[in-house]
Design a protein around this ligand. Structure first.
Ligand code: ZN
Length: 271
């Protein structure tokens, strides 16, 4: 009788550990997905720090979940890494782009092939976030429907129609276990989203997307003049603040250089 019980328990463990039901985030990697040099910080903080130059980082994040790899944001295009002087913007008020390392090289360093990635999500469709989406043409893309349906200025769609997509409306629990949750935080763009990641040791982290671009803008609730909706941005910042308090979570601001410089970078990781 005891033997039968042990066999049943062993089978239960075996089924319990199958890939479909495996739960939890195992690792979070911070990837270098580019640098932005801006001539005037007040583009993001109207009326404040006018004419003051600012350096931004542009991070991507790789999550190792028990069910597979997930990529959050893709940075500026890898092709920029081959440009010796970076990419100068058409509009001189826009940031100058550089890409010290490719996303492809950073994944290769970890032994992760593009085809190994199970899911990808982007915070929004600005070019410093979607630059490498089509390096992963088969990977399921999670994007807010409002963002997906928002056409480019010239009326063209923002994604290739053949790219597999899950159009999310509101929050979405990506792996069904509460460990990786897309948070609807519109305002910067119509379908902007952020990402709640529950790490087993480091605790909960909210990856900002561009809900705020740097710490002083977050602290003072400043909204860039070019955002899609000032009111929605303010409401989304308050929503994130409430989630941080409830979850005892840290806010990792994607473009904040001082914060990013203090973080562990891939191949190192957070658990
Ligand atoms: Zn950005």
């Amino acid at each position: 009788m005891k033997l039968i019980f042990l066999i049943a328990a062993a089978l239960g463990v075996a089924f319990g550990s199958s890939a479909a039901s495996a739960a939890g985030v195992e690792r979070l990697y911070v990837l270098d997905c580019g640098r932005l040099s801006a001539p005037d910080q007040s583009r993001w903080s109207p009326g404040v720090d006018e004419g003051k130059a600012m350096e931004f980082v542009d991070n991507c994040y790789l999550i190792r979940h028990a069910q597979g790899w997930m990529l959050w944001d893709t940075g500026i295009p890898d092709a920029v890494a081959a440009m010796p002087n970076g990419l100068e913007p058409a509009d001189p008020k826009s940031p100058f782009w550089r890409r010290p390392k490719t996303l492809a090289a950073q994944l290769a360093e970890l032994g992760v092939k593009p085809s190994d990635i199970k899911a990808m999500a982007i915070s929004h469709t600005h070019p410093d976030h979607i630059g490498n989406v089509e390096e992963f043409p088969q990977v399921m893309l999670y994007v807010q429907k409002a963002e997906y349906d928002w056409p480019n200025a010239d009326g063209t769609p923002r994604f290739k129609p053949e790219h597999p997509v899950t159009k999310v409306e509101g929050d979405h629990d990506v792996f069904g276990d509460g460990s990786v949750v897309l948070l609807s935080t519109p305002g910067h763009t119509p379908g902007h989203q952020s990402l709640l990641v529950r790490l087993p040791k480091a605790g909960a982290v909210v990856l900002s997307g561009d809900a705020a671009h740097f710490q002083s803008n977050w602290d003072n609730r400043r909204v860039p003049g070019f955002n899609f909706s000032k009111e929605q941005t303010a409401a989304s910042m308050q929503r994130i603040a409430d989630i941080l308090a409830k979850e005892h979570a840290q806010l990792w601001i994607n473009h904040d250089k001082p914060q990013s410089d203090a973080q562990k970078k891939s191949p190192d990781f957070y658990e």
